[in-house]
Design a binder for this molecule. Structure first.
Ligand SMILES: Nc1nc2c(ncn2[C@@H]2O[C@H](COP(=O)(O)OP(=O)(O)OP(=O)(O)O)[C@@H](O)[C@H]2O)c(=O)[nH]1
Ligand SMILES: [Mg+2]
Length: 307
């Protein structure tokens, strides 16, 4: 399977819900009346496109249809699709890391998020991708909270073929982050990926710990981590959005890794994130395997979902 086919198959459940739902709402309707519009709204909301974003899309679609004699199935569908596409057009394209690495080396990623969203797994996949591109990658196991966490990251490091710095259970996560970056500077690594323990944005002490990790990195790197990425689980729907808003208040986020799109029909969350958050989606997870993390490319995503 090539990358695009993989993406397509990963988005299957969302596609089924969204596209089949819309088709069903529209098919065989002689006129697109209030009832049909409400059905369309229901479908969009059930695919987790979100209330506000849905309202915007439907309002536009309604406007487009006024004065349009061809209120047939395909024109209403096209109208909705084009509104969905517009949401993507407003978003800044993510910066390309190749150029960044040249001036900032090692390029340090700090990976954060609540429990179980897919931080460690995503780091393993990212490490694999970077390694495949010929970059020298070092992982830092700054999740010292759970006994199995370091071991899990170590398994991923072996799978991805990259190096790892580990600490003892209960060690200060910021000291591991410091040590990892220190070694990366000394041994000329291109990329550092720091794993952190899952934390709820509501727990102050844990959020403070994150600030401490950031400060430790800054102390040795002489600049803030190059990218702080928040991992969100797309199966969490609306909650994922709340997590992003809350994390963004205390931690400067540079981007989002949206995981588990393969396991959910709630992939519409992508539109909502893009419409309502100021933080770009950088990567998407579409499976549990080594090759199942992709750079988020909006055109590809739309093609995979809508065509
Ligand atoms: N289907 C699917 N499963 C995923 C994806 N990403 C992660 N997972 C699964 O989600 C589960 C949790 O992943 P972890 O990487 O351990 O999550 P974490 O955020 O590091 O968890 P904590 O360290 O406990 O906070 C694992 O079973 C992963 O295989 C994805 O894109 N698709
Ligand atoms: Mg983890």
């Amino acid at each position: 399977m090539n990358k695009f086919e993989k993406l397509k198959s990963g988005l299957q459940k969302t596609k089924k819900k969204l596209i089949d739902g819309l088709t069903e709402a529209i098919t065989g309707k002689a006129v697109i009346d209030q009832e049909v519009i409400e059905k369309i709204e229901e479908v969009l909301i059930s695919a987790d496109i979100g209330y506000d974003t849905t309202e915007k899309i439907v309002t536009k679609a309604r406007e487009n249809l006024i004065g349009n004699n061809y209120r047939d199935e395909s024109s209403i569908k096209q109208s909705i699709f084009s509104e969905l596409k517009k949401i993507f057009q407003n978003v800044n394209k993510t910066s390309f890391i190749e150029n960044d690495i040249k001036i900032r080396k090692p390029f340090v990623y700090l990976i954060v998020g609540v429990n179980g969203v897919g931080k460690t797994t995503s780091i393993g996949k990212l490490a694999y991708n970077f390694n495949q591109e010929g970059k020298k990658v070092l992982l830092g196991a700054a999740d010292t909270f759970r006994a199995a966490a370091g071991e899990q990251l170590s398994i991923w490091s072996t799978r991805a073929g990259v190096d790892i710095i580990q600490g003892n259970i209960g060690a200060d996560p910021s000291s591991i982050a410091y040590k990892t970056v220190e070694i990366a500077i000394k041994d000329d690594y291109d990329i550092v990926l720091i794993d952190t323990a899952g934390r709820l944005h509501t727990k102050n002490n844990l959020m403070n710990e994150l600030s401490k990790i950031k400060r430790a990195i800054e102390k040795i790197l002489l600049r803030a981590p190059d990218k702080t990425l928040l991992v969100l689980d797309s199966t969490n729907g609306q909650n994922a959005l709340i997590q992003a808003e809350e994390f963004n208040k205390t931690t400067d986020l540079d981007g989002i890794i949206l995981t588990k799109l393969d396991g959910t029909a709630k992939g519409g969350i992508v539109f909502q994130i893009m419409d309502s958050l100021n933080v770009p989606i950088e990567y998407i997870g579409i499976g549990e395997g080594l090759e199942d993390l992709q750079v988020f490319e909006s055109d590809n995503f739309l093609n995979a979902l809508l065509n």
